[in-house]
Write a protein that binds this ligand. Sequence first.
Ligand code: UT7
Length: 321
Amino acid sequence: MIRSVITGTGSALPANCVSNADLAERVDTSDEWIVERTGIRQRYIAAEGETTSTLAIDASRKALAAAGVDADEIGLIILATATPDHTFPATATQVQAALGCGGGVAFDVQAVCSGFLYALATADSLLRTGMAKKALVIGSETFSRILDWDDRTTCVLFGDGAGAIVLEAKDVAEDGPGILASRLHAEGAHKDMLYVDGGPSTTGTVGKLRMKGREVFRHAVVNLADVLREVLEETGMKAADIDWVVPHQANARILDATARKLDLPSEKVVVTVDRHANTSAASVPLALDTAVQDGRIKQGDLVMFEAMGGGFTWGASLARM
Ligand code: UT7
């Protein structure tokens, strides 16, 4: 059977690391509050000249090298972001040009923090229909550019970064590697809980992020547990079969609560929110690459990806590495 197989991962972070103590000099907050409520200890913030595309290009080059794939073999690039370099063209096309993979398909996906899950499911579908043989699936964000740096309830939560994977259509055995199932959801009625108060067709400005954090938290735990169960049911797997969960990194307490709901031991959950904070669409591929690089995630492992974000949107995918 033809499956989409993850053959390489890569990630990129800006050079500038900002601690909670650094932020406490700017807004009325403390390291103690941020660590206790979120698990975040630091985040990376893009400098002038570092953009969503430069981070994406850096992460993509590393993913291509890890997969042993040349840029000109890539026929599909899907980049998940809510912070594109420009309103248009799609940032994916800028990555395509920089890497030198001409001719194929390149577009952005916008599902905020669930963006990588949306991009992964879309790339998987297109690969299995034969539209392309090899794809780059990227999550890249510079949320620091849409934060209200005077709003302590949001500015301490986010960071910048990028993660990328190479996804290849391969003929594999039933128990072989690849994406086994994906489930995506959206519920647009909840727009006001997490949104940016600007845009090309409304204010004509970029706008700033606004969030009702407590409400988002409540929905996240319920929606994530539900979608994980859906994917397990579809694949006939049990929570105990999962080797690793690579979740969206919004808040350590959401990760704990979701793991508890599914009876998953916390040692199986990859946590990077302490180092990277919430990097929106970049957080899942960044966490995946972190756990591949440090040797935790290995070939043959069963890995669950999950995310929830503005919209609301949410989703999960189960893959064998
Ligand atoms: O990636 C997309 C999905 N996003 C998420 O999943 C985010 C989900 N939400 C959360 O992670 C949490 O709700 C937050 C971390 C945003 C907030 O934690 P919380 O435990 O829900 O706190 P809260 O909003 O209930 O605020 C508690 C108190 C408030 O003070 P009062 O009203 O109790 O006096 C806030 O004003 O903490 C105050 N507060 C802060 N204090 C110090 C809010 N932000 C800060 C801050 N430093 N940075």
